[in-house]
Design a protein around this ligand. Structure first.
Ligand code: NOJ
Ligand code: CA
Length: 530
């Protein structure tokens, strides 16, 4: 792999949802000082970098993805001084900071929008998309029309997300410059990279029918990241690229665009749609991941390995077992995914094998998407059915406060948490996990340690050994003389007989230091040196 991206193969990035990670002052809202207090925990887990979901000034209609000032910190999260302290505390530990960049839209409270709505001919009037009538029937991703009438300007503006999130008009060169300056501002402060929110939407296909992947998308991405100040950054785009050609256009090093992007295909395993469960077999997950992994390797691109984030219910809820085999399935999935070749992302709570909580009232939810969805669901379903769907698919599932211990507020706050804690926090928490013989956290820590100490697991090549249709997955990682073999059984106990899969194991989720028989329990995995 090109030198430019090779280093990233050794990175594990931990995604923090700041509102729910650690509260430091008892107001029930996670904050930057709270994050600082947990950096040693992250370092010990084997984390190299932290990706912070947006922590800029925001009215929080979409929890920070509606930004009112790109250059200042949300009051509840702290101050600019806290941010500077976080950056230096990270760097002191040789860890990196990845910030969330949201270039597609601002809050309607942003100064740009407040100016823009005042008239049709002021310096900000073309910062957003304004029309006398909706020029198409685009829908908001959070339900309803994407066009909102603004009584002040007597025109409609575009909001691909919440009504309070107005899409920026990138056709306006001043907008491009503004966003370059935002990037430079944070790079000067010490940011090491960015996760870029819905990057595929910054160029629209007007008057076509797609508000993403417009004709100038790549030009805009290069405007942002193909500059002296930005070329060395780590950049990961949130982007719905459907095929490898599209991924190449974003990530091939010579293009000067992104280091990598998230591919989301595997997140659809185990659900009919976002709010409808359909149990998904591990084989399905493996097929998708293997397929992308092979294509990314053939094309010499950097693959992003992840299972969870703040936008999707826990993967374990859809693939794997949330009952007695929770530990076994959580660790099997972890091994299958994170022993592959790529840059690793963990989402807070994943390291303890988190599953969905459950609530009896919509009042226990906060997310704008969930609330809108609930209202829409009630047109078709009973209250109970609608609530079941929200309980399954709500983004709040992954946004509940981190469960650090079994105390009343889960070790998250001394006050009242901004959203009810996870309904199972008394038993499902880090402290309990660490005290258990079956600790998902310990497994992750061991796995990440292995990645750091075996070049085969980072820069090494990937070769699938199992065949489509097998009831297990097996693959080899190889760097020079070092060859490692992962064998990972799926749901049912069975026999797996592969050359080399015998002897000492480097990692096992069934407590084996060595394995000589060919019988595998459900979700049993073993890593062998060949
Ligand atoms: C994707 C983010 O991950 C999500 O949380 C947010 O609601 C939308 N983009 C809009 O910014
Ligand atoms: Ca706080």
């Amino acid at each position: 792999m090109t030198e430019k991206y090779r280093d990233f193969l050794g990175w594990t990035i931990y995604q923090i949802y700041p509102r729910s990670f650690q509260d430091s002052n008892g107001d029930g809202i996670g904050d930057l000082r709270g994050v600082i207090s947990r950096l040693d925990y992250l370092k010990d887990l084997g984390i190299n970098a932290v990706w912070l979901c947006p922590c800029y000034k925001s009215p929080n209609e979409d929890n920070g993805y509606d930004i009112a000032d790109y250059r200042d910190i949300m009051d509840e999260f702290g101050t600019m001084a806290d941010m500077k302290a976080l950056i230096s505390e990270l760097h002191r530990r040789d860890m990196k900071l990845i910030l969330d960049l949201v270039p597609n839209h601002t809050s309607t409270q942003h100064r740009w929008f407040r100016e823009s709505r005042k008239s049709r001919d002021n310096p900000y009037s073309d910062y957003y998309y304004w029309f006398d009538c909706p020029p198409n029937d685009w829908k908001s991703c959070f339900g309803g029309s994407a066009w909102q009438f603004d009584p002040a300007r007597q025109q409609y503006y575009l909001h691909s997300y919440a009504v309070g999130q107005a899409d920026l008009n990138w056709e306006n060169p001043t907008v491009v410059r503004e966003m370059q300056e935002v990037v430079d501002f944070w790079v000067d402060l010490g940011a090491d990279g960015f996760r870029i929110d819905v990057i595929d939407q910054i160029s629209k296909d007007f008057p076509g029918d797609r508000n993403c992947f417009g004709p100038r998308l790549h030009e805009y991405i290069r405007d942002l990241f193909d500059r002296d100040s930005t070329r060395k950054l780590f950049t990961v785009g949130e982007c719905w690229a459907g095929d490898i050609a599209e991924v190449r256009r974003h990530c091939a090093p010579e293009r000067g665009e992104l280091s990598t992007l998230f591919q989301f295909d595997h997140l659809n395993v185990g659900r009919e749609d976002k709010f409808t469960h359909r149990p998904g077999p591990m084989a399905e997950l493996w097929d998708i991941l293997r397929n992308w992994e092979e294509k990314m390797q053939e094309n010499d691109l950097l693959y992003s390995l992840f299972t969870d984030n703040h936008d999707n219910c826990w993967l374990l809820e859809r693939v794997g077992d949330t009952g007695p085999l929770r530990y076994a399935s959580a660790t099997a999935i972890a091994a299958m995914v994170y022993l592959m070749r790529g840059v690793c992302f963990l989402y807070q709570g994943q390291e303890i094998g988190m599953v969905n909580p459950h609530y009896d009232s919509i009042d226990d939810f906060n997310d704008v998407e969930s609330k809108n969805q609930y209202t829409e669901l009630l047109e078709e379903y009973s209250r109970e059915e609608a609530l079941e769907k929200i309980n399954f698919g709500s983004r709040d599932n992954n946004r509940r406060p981190m469960c650090w211990d079994g105390s009343a507020q889960g070790g998250f706050t001394t006050g009242k948490p901004w959203i009810p804690l996870h309904s199972a926090h008394a038993t499902l928490n880090l402290q309990a996990d660490q005290a258990s013989k079956q600790s998902v956290w310990r497994f992750y820590r061991d796995l990440l340690h292995l990645r750091k100490t075996h070049p085969a697991l980072t820069t090494g090549s990937f070769r699938a050994i199992s065949q489509p249709g097998d009831s297990y997955c097996a693959y080899e990682r190889r760097e020079g003389a070092e060859r490692l073999l992962l064998v990972c059984n799926f749901e049912k106990a069975g026999t797996i007989d592969l050359p080399g899969a015998s002897g000492a194991v480097l990692l096992s989720n069934y407590g084996h230091a060595e394995k000589t028989d060919t019988h595998y329990e459900p979700y049993e995995m073993a890593l062998f040196a060949l």
